[in-house]
Design a protein around this ligand. Structure first.
Ligand code: FES
Length: 102
């Protein structure tokens, strides 16, 4: 595990979700309450692009069938039981970029 540069900080303003790709791996990066979170970018249901999802409360909503995930832990909301948990990653911001530890 090592931090890798994912995207510019300016690409993920407060209250927004952004896509990031490192090699073949896709991520959803979220800025909420001043903190930056990162979860896997591919939905566990049918592979929807979570980096194109929306935020509702502390949850990221999949753009395809509205599966919901906790942005901090990647845990699936039991009310949307067609999705299972995604992995959550540690992030840091440095030199104007968001870095993901994976
Ligand atoms: S692909 Fe995400 S809820 Fe179906």
């Amino acid at each position: 595990m090592a931090f890798q540069k994912a995207l510019k900080e300016s690409e993920v303003p407060e209250g927004k979700v952004a896509k990031a790709k490192i090699g073949k791996k896709e991520f959803a990066v979220i800025r909420l309450g001043g903190a930056v979170y990162c979860i896997e970018g591919v939905c566990t249901h049918e592979g929807g692009p979570l980096g194109e999802g929306s935020l509702e409360g502390g949850e990221l909503v999949c753009p395809w069938h509205e599966g919901r995930f906790d942005v901090k832990t990647g845990a699936a909301n039991p009310e949307t039981d067609w999705v299972t948990d995604v992995k959550a990653y540690t992030t840091k911001t440095e030199d104007g970029y968001v870095w993901i530890d994976f």
